[in-house]
Design a protein around this ligand. Structure first.
Ligand SMILES: [Fe+2]
Ligand SMILES: [Fe+2]
Length: 247
């Protein structure tokens, strides 16, 4: 781990500190003053899924933090955990304001189980979280703003996305050096684990977001296309495809 890496992580942590100075109540007022669509069930479903994702990410950040060797990386995860708690509180308030609750089924339930069961290097979980899950969530936030018609949800989504971009940046800065230290067989094992996690989560989409256009076939096609994208991203960070084929 180099001084240059440490410097970049400290600069990222400083940006996070500066971005989180506004009190939660002021942020919520900015969201609440936008009109809210009364019957946007997609926005409500998405807010429930995002809320569960925020809670999982907050828990994972605090569980992983002490396993990272660099103080600046630990500081970044600590600040991220605070961001995720704030995001969760905002999604909760959005749902409460509509008399709604998150669905019992979470898209990320298989990821949560796999995080708990994983016995290998922490980089596997960082890759799952900071590259794939948060990267996909960020892309999803963009899409969601086009498919929903709730200005209040769009304002919430934009505020959250600004923080999520920094969380994704943490993975891009930290992971190449951390992955460099792993053996080829560790990388292969992580790659297979990530692929299984991706398909287990994505095949739950029709169940957690039931929509007439979102059937099993469409989901599978989308999941395979996006997995190709994430494989390329993983390879760029230093986790090559290896021999892992598709399921
Ligand atoms: Fe978040
Ligand atoms: Fe995040």
């Amino acid at each position: 781990m180099t001084d240059a890496l440490d410097f970049r992580l400290r600069r990222l942590a400083e940006k996070s500190r500066m971005a989180s100075v506004r009190p939660l109540e002021a942020v919520w007022q900015e969201i609440a003053e936008r009109p809210a669509a009364r019957h946007d069930s997609l926005a409500i479903s998405l807010a429930g899924q995002f809320l569960q994702g925020e809670e999982l990410t907050a828990l994972t950040c605090s569980a992983l933090r002490d396993r990272l060797p660099l103080a600046s990386a630990r500081a970044s995860l600590a600040l991220q955990g605070e961001d995720e708690h704030r995001h969760a509180a905002l999604y909760r308030r959005y749902l409460e304001a509509r008399g709604a609750r998150p669905d019992a089924a979470s898209l990320l339930a298989p990821a949560a189980e796999r995080f708990l069961a994983w016995q290998g290097p922490p980089e596997a979980i960082l890759l799952a979280l900071h590259v794939i899950i948060e990267g996909e969530a960020l892309a999803f936030q963009e899409q969601a703003r086009h498919y929903t018609n709730c200005p209040s949800f769009a304002a919430l989504s934009r505020l959250v996305a600004a923080d999520e971009a920094r969380h994704v940046a943490f993975g891009r800065i930290y992971l190449p050096a951390a992955l460099w230290a792993l053996t080829p067989s560790e990388k292969q094992r992580i790659h297979e684990w990530l692929r299984a996690l991706w398909f287990e989560c994505s095949e739950r989409l029709p169940q957690v977001l039931p929509r007439p256009w979102l059937g099993r076939f469409v989901t599978r096609h989308w999941a395979e296309r996006r997995w190709d994208h994430w494989q390329a991203q993983l390879a760029e960070l230093g986790l090559p495809t290896g021999n892992a084929g598709r399921q």
